[in-house]
Design a protein around this ligand. Structure first.
Ligand code: PLP
Length: 397
């Protein structure tokens, strides 16, 4: 029988990740694992730094290749990508680039955002920004209510593409359409979706998007990207400015132009000093692999795994967030009652299940009081069956 094309595309992926020899690794929502290829790229960068100091022209080429690959991943232009050290920095780069006036507001659902997408806005209140909130509804970011709360003062609406817990998808397309109609910026935190779900920023009207490479992009901590749509970027003034944010054509990095400087095109204005070249080496390699596997294929694969996991838990009578898999399902399955606790669940049985699975070399995490399982390209149906089997054994004891 012919194998579906998408499975062929992903067939070699698992062998790239030695961590899978030790773990049933279901924790990309916490952090991804490095592939052999990303590790080799990093090693070779470090070897060059150790043995020869490094060739700056080649480092800059690496930066541009990495920028172009990330742009390709989300269907943007390379000029619309800036480098950031993590999601918090990307979000803050946007929050601090507006000229806030009293009467301006930002809309978000703080209960379901990561704190790193709440504090940047609270910090802007001192410039008169109103932080306007929408309450979560059954674990969902209430897109309709966020739209209803927009008014003439709304400048930014921000949401996670997929929440870190309970791990539901947000209806970004509907939010994006409403923002575009009102000339409001839609800024997304793509921590949980980049490299995992197919993302076309223009199709769903995303204006800005922040990611780090430590999760679905299968790279390092301390490295990330900020996408900002050209039309928006060119209306914004970066809070920090240095040489790479200034347009001096191909002039040397140490060139000082005249004092009436011009910002670099689009999101490049947000680039600061020298880059995290080691982070780039790893990200460049992993982005190359992810582009080859294809995010549409990865999305189909991880959603099938998450569906099987959710259905298996439901058959055992476990409380899967959101119940039967529906449009909310991405690559994350959470079990238990949502709470504010990240160290334990509110149910001793689930705390013991967490211990049991961990002792059996399953990597998962506890977030917002739930057991969180998250899949990526390297997971297989055998991983799902193993976790379901262990859970059945645990419940039978
Ligand atoms: C939705 C979301 N945003 C942000 C972060 C982390 O932000 P940063 O990359 O700034 O550490 C996480 C990490 O768990 C996350 O899940």
């Amino acid at each position: 029988m012919n194998r579906p094309i998408e499975l062929d595309a992903l067939a070699g992926a698992r062998a790239q990740f030695p961590a899978l020899e030790r773990w049933t690794y279901l924790d990309v929502a916490g952090r991804g694992v490095l592939s052999r290829e990303a590790r080799a790229a990093l090693d070779s960068h470090l070897d060059e730094r150790m043995m020869a100091g490094g060739d700056k022209a080649r480092f800059f080429e690496l930066v541009e290749t990495t920028r172009a690959r990330f742009a390709q991943l989300i269907h943007a232009a390379p000029d619309e990508i800036a480098f950031a050290k993590n999601i918090s920095e990307g979000l803050n780069m946007i929050a601090t680039a507006f000229d806030w006036k009293r009467g301006d507001n930002v809309i978000l659902c703080p209960e379901l955002e990561h704190p790193n997408n709440v504090y940047p806005w609270l910090n802007m209140q001192r410039y008169g920004l109103e932080v306007r909130t929408a309450a979560a509804r059954d674990g969902h970011i209430p897109v309709d209510e966020m739209i209803a709360r927009m008014d003439r003062g709304t400048r930014v609406v921000t949401a996670s593409t997929v929440t870190f817990a309970p791990g539901f998808r947000t209806d970004i397309e509907t939010l994006g359409r409403a923002c575009r109609e009102r000339d409001v910026m839609l800024l997304v935190d793509a921590a949980q979706s980049a490299g995992i779900l197919e993302t076309d920023v223009s199709r769903v009207h995303i204006d800005a998007l922040a990611v780090s490479t430590s999760k679905g992009l299968l790279g390092l901590y301390g490295m990330g990207f900020l996408y900002c749509r050209r039309e928006w970027a060119e209306r914004l003034i970066p809070a920090y400015l240095a040489r790479f944010g200034v347009d001096l054509g191909d002039a040397h990095e140490a060139t000082l132009g005249d004092h009436s400087f011009r910002f670099a095109p689009a999101a490049r204005r947000f680039d600061l000093g020298n880059y995290n070249f080691a982070g780039c080496a790893a990200a460049n390699a992993s982005l190359g692999q992810i582009l080859e596997w294809g995010t549409s294929n990865i999305e189909r694969h991880v959603c099938a795994l998450a569906r099987a996991l959710a259905e298996g838990f439901l058959e055992m009578g476990l409380p899967v967030s959101g119940g039967a898999p529906g449009p909310q399902l991405a690559n994350i399955v959470t079990v238990g009652e949502l709470s504010a606790d990240h160290y334990g669940t509110g149910d001793d049985r689930f705390n013991r299940l967490y211990e049991y699975l961990s002792a059996n070399r399953v990597k998962l995490s506890i977030r917002r009081g739930t057991l969180r399982f998250s899949c990526h390209v390297y997971n297989t149906m055998e991983d799902v069956e193993r976790v379901l089997g262990l859970t059945r054994q645990f419940l039978a004891c």
